[in-house]
Design a protein around this ligand. Sequence first.
Ligand code: ADP
Ligand code: ADP
Ligand code: MG
Length: 471
Amino acid sequence: MKKILIANRGEIAVRIIRACNEMGIKAVAVYTDADRHALHVKKADEAYNIGPESVAGYLNVHRLVNLAVETGCDALHPGYGFLSENPLLASICRARRVKFIGPRSEVIRGMGDKTEARRSMIDAGIPVVPGSDGNLTSLQEASSVAERIGYPVMLKATSGGGGRGIRRCDTPEDLQRHFGRVVSEARKAFGTAEVFMEKAIVNPRHIELQVLADHHGNVIHLFERDCSIQRRHQKLVEIAPSPQLDDQTRARLGDYAIRAARAVGYTNAGTVEFLLDQNGEVYFMEMNTRLQVEHTVTEQITGIDIVQEQIRIADEHPLRHRQEDVVRRGFAMQFRINAEDPKNDFLPSFGQVTRYYAPGGPGVRTDGAIYTGYVIPPYYDSLCVKLTVWALNWEELIERSARALRDIGVAGVKTTIPYYQEILNTPGFRQARFDTGFVESHPELLNYSTHCPPQEVAAVIAASIAAHMGL
Ligand code: ADP
Ligand code: ADP
Ligand code: MG
């Protein structure tokens, strides 16, 4: 492979460019008008404007594949979000002889349909969350499934993703109230009104396994990530390995993940998500057939560059690592630093970054897409920097993370940094005892002071004057 088109933007496009750089592969970026000044455009070897439509530009399958062909790319990397789980993109790439850096189209389709994925896993002998056999066609059907599996239940969009289209129902009244809502939400967000039901596991842990599978029948896993720190079903902080998992469960999940990947003929990098209940039972939840936001923590504990492995796999090389060669060392934690105001219901805070100072020092990695003077456009995800911290043990990881969060400086927009500092100060978190109910059960995390030290104020003012004067 000599040249790759990156059908994405933001930090993940930059991340993929870095992998290409190290492999001697040319990286081709695409950008909309709103992204003229984006970092991925500056860092790529070539960059092409794909027009004025801020979001639709990154969703135009034919246009992107045509561009890959016209610019002589051997392959296309979809990143995450946007078209990354779109089976059509994978099949059109194939038809046009552009290697799609991800699994086969049929696998994306099969796993993207959560009820079909559940069926495949049941056939493979993997425990799934108790729930409906397939999609629910009416409220009556939903009610009878709920009676059978017992409340509380989760109504979920069959093609859902990004934490959307999920509602917990504690009573038949809740179900009655939410059913129509989830159906219409599913239709609007995912283009299909299909919904299904699962038993709601009370205060579970979200544990997911990273897998790599090549085109020669080799499948390995790179251990787990604990993504239990979530808000509204969206991940905020991710940790590898989970500090709250015994080795027996870890081994069992590793086996399930490999079995899951084999069962569907998986290739490339993927993630098998599980819920771990309070009794230590594990259940398959879904599989994400793409690179994930939180892949960095796995890279830090294993030393394996997952994006480079994705590229090699797509180029049909056999995996370079055998399962027994994959060793983990220490702990890593990722903070999704979003341009949002936690105190204002995490409302996105777009605008100019008047100052950005990246943290450094031992064990600190940043994957960002902002720079001093950059104006964060309002059309996209609010993720602006991923801070990934590594340390030899959990206690040191907490202290190093706190230090890195003090070290990083983002001014001009509100961010989730102070919120994460509060999480790190919470005894339950420090003691590695947390589940997906953590954020909801700690409303006091929002009580941080917004006091800004005087030197910070001066720096912000100086930076805005400089920006204004075009310095
Ligand atoms: P991860 O498990 O990698 O954190 P997320 O579920 O947070 O994945 O999704 C990663 C990104 O992709 C987020 O920006 C999210 O909003 C977006 N995303 C994921 N799946 C979908 C989907 N089906 N539809 C729209 N956006 C999605
Ligand atoms: P998405 O495709 O949006 O990532 P998931 O099915 O992975 O959706 O669910 C997202 C999150 O919602 C999970 O990480 C978990 O916290 C919560 N969740 C989903 N299903 C259940 C369930 N059956 N019981 C409890 N929590 C659930
Ligand atoms: Mg998920």
